[in-house]
Design a protein around this ligand. Structure first.
Ligand SMILES: [Zn+2]
Length: 137
């Protein structure tokens, strides 16, 4: 089953291969994670209070750097509904799904395990996006 150190290693490998700098801070609970595509830096606030898991937040920030997102600094203090945010959510979910579900698993088997996946990464609010990703792969 999914072990946290394994998903850590998976994401850290993506970070390393793409020459991204990861910084951890211990800000207050309202301080969001921040990503700068120009500098290729992700700043994770370990105290940020959110229902999303740490690993999904990281995958979301990575998605801003790995996709063709516009080169601006994203600040996640509000729940943004912009299309860049939606794309980052979708791509972040895909990154985690690629890890979580083994390659030989059928689409049906993945679908049947989607709620375990959603619970593991705190994605309840994004259930519809998880289903979009699982239907597309
Ligand atoms: Zn974002």
């Amino acid at each position: 089953m999914l072990i946290h150190s394994d998903i850590d290693a998976y994401l850290e490998n993506i970070i390393k291969n793409n020459h991204i700098t990861l910084i951890h801070i211990t800000g207050d609970q309202y301080g969001p994670d921040v990503v700068s595509p120009k500098k290729k830096v992700i700043i994770m606030n370990l105290n940020y209070h959110t229902s999303f898991s740490y690993h999904f937040r990281m995958a979301h920030e990575l998605a801003h750097l790995l996709s063709d997102a516009p080169k601006v600094t994203y600040n996640h203090s509000q729940l943004s509904r912009g299309s860049a945010e939606r794309q980052a959510n979708l791509y972040g979910i895909k990154l985690l799904a690629d890890y979580y579900f083994s390659e030989d698993q059928s689409q049906r088997a993945r679908w049947d395990r989607r709620f375990q996946f959603i619970e593991t990464f705190g994605l309840g609010r994004l259930t519809h996006l998880v289903e979009t990703v699982l239907n597309a792969t």
